[in-house]
Each structure stands twice: as structure tokens, then as C-alpha cells.
Design a protein around this ligand. Sequence first.
Ligand SMILES: NC(=O)c1ccc[n+]([C@@H]2O[C@H](COP(=O)([O-])OP(=O)(O)OC[C@H]3O[C@@H](n4cnc5c(N)ncnc54)[C@H](OP(=O)(O)O)[C@@H]3O)[C@@H](O)[C@H]2O)c1
Length: 239
Amino acid sequence: MTLKDHRVVIIGGSSGIGLATAKAAIAQGARVVIAGRSSEKLEKAQAEINSESLQAFQLDNKKEEAIRAFFKQVGSFDHLFTPGASYVRGPVTADTDIAQSCFEGKFWPQYFAAKHALPYLSKQGSIVLMSGAFGQRPLADGASYAACNGAIESLGKALAVELSPIRVNVVSPGTIRTPFRSDEGEAANRELAYEAYKQMCALKRVGDPEDVAHSVIYLMTNRYTTGSTLFPDGGYILS
Ligand SMILES: NC(=O)c1ccc[n+]([C@@H]2O[C@H](COP(=O)([O-])OP(=O)(O)OC[C@H]3O[C@@H](n4cnc5c(N)ncnc54)[C@H](OP(=O)(O)O)[C@@H]3O)[C@@H](O)[C@H]2O)c1
């Protein structure tokens, strides 16, 4: 199976992993809808992809009503991918709003996306949720973030059972070179984190968005895979 003539919705498709997945899906002949908060990022993605097969919508996925209205506007489609997330990570001693931001910015948006997509999602279609390898191998500064990723992997299994024959899977990347939170003056820390990651994973390199997009396209197109989590992480959780 390929994505030819399928319609794919990517919430968080204007940058990084979501954008790479949009490009890969369009290359297979899919029609793709991307969504995100910033009209600037959406326009930049549209200019970069430059295809009539791409549609873009503004959406803040922290608002359940906005998610419901978004799917109504989009109409019927075949595959959902939900990498859009906004949160901050901190140790267990950090302020409560930091701890809660992971669930508010990453878990609940995906839960409600799956819920409100259902009336429009093909029974032969699929959902791919976004987790992160930190859920399997945490470092010492993100208890809530690790727990959130663990919850997303459990949600994927539960939805695979509840929504069958719709297939539901999860992708859980290691560290990937993307613009995630690059607007928050973290460039120097980020380069240090990339160097550290190279030593922590078997393949000794940071991943590219295309590495994850490849896993997501596999999960959308393999007709016998459901309830699985894939780890495009260069061997981070093994090392
Ligand atoms: N990069 C990594 O190393 C890594 C590792 C493991 C897991 N992940 C996961 O991968 C996901 C995406 O990360 P990325 O690295 O590709 O980041 P990115 O390049 O910053 O892309 C994030 C995308 O999500 C959208 N988004 C953010 N907040 C949103 C909101 N409230 N409503 C709707 N859309 C929103 C962004 O657009 P707007 O800002 O315009 O809304 C953008 O399109 C996150 O869930 C992250 O936890 C990343």
C-alpha cells in the first residue's frame, strides 16, 4: 500500500517532523492537510512544498472546541498524524505549571484529536500518535514529560483496541534536529544536547526529521500493524 490518493491530516505539519512527513506523503501521491498556530509557519511550509495537493489551516490544538471545528472544516480523510505540541520540560521540583504543560500541550491535544477525528476518519485508515524516547529512557530533568510520553504509548494501545479496524500506532523518536522551541533562545544548549546525544545512542548521530517521517509513513501504510510503538532513535533506548 502507498498513500496515493489518500488524504492525510497532520496537526503540527508546518515544521520539523510533521513537515517532513507532509513532504513524504505528497511524494507518494497523497493529498495533505497541515495545521498549526502560526500563519507565518504555515505559509512558509506551503511555499516550500509548493503543491496543489497541500492545504493549510490555523489551529491551536490546546483548545478542544477548535479541534472539533477543525475536523468539521476538513471533512473526510484517511490518516491522522499529531506531532503538534507545545510544552516545557523540568525536574519534579519545577513549578506546577511546567509539570502540567506536558499533558496540556502534548497528551490532551492528541487525545482530543483522535476523538474528534473519528466522524471523518476512514475505517480503512490510521492514526499515528507522537511520543518521545524519553518516555522509555528518561534523563533527570523531565519526570512529567517522561510520564506524558508513557501515557501516549498506552493511549495508542487502548485506541488500537477500541477503534479497530482503524489502526492506531505511536512513533517515539530520539533527539531529532528540528526547530522545536528554537524561538526561546536555546540554540547554545541545543548544540550541547546534540553532542551529548551522539554519545548516548548506538548510531552516534542526531536524527533528521526524514528519519521519523519514514517511520510514520510505514505506520500509515502497513495494513497489519496496529497498537505498536516504533522508535526511530538511533538506538538511544538500548545504549
Ligand atoms: N525534535 C526532537 O528531538 C523530538 C524528540 C522526541 C519527540 N519529539 C516530538 O515531536 C513533536 C514535534 O516536534 P518537532 O521537533 O518536529 O518540532 P517543531 O519543528 O517545532 O514542530 C512542531 C509543530 O507543531 C506545531 N504546534 C506547536 N504547538 C501547537 C499547538 N498548540 N497547536 C497546533 N500546532 C502546534 C508547530 O506549529 P506552531 O508553532 O505554528 O503551532 C509545528 O508545526 C513534539 O511532540 C515533540 O515532543 C521531538
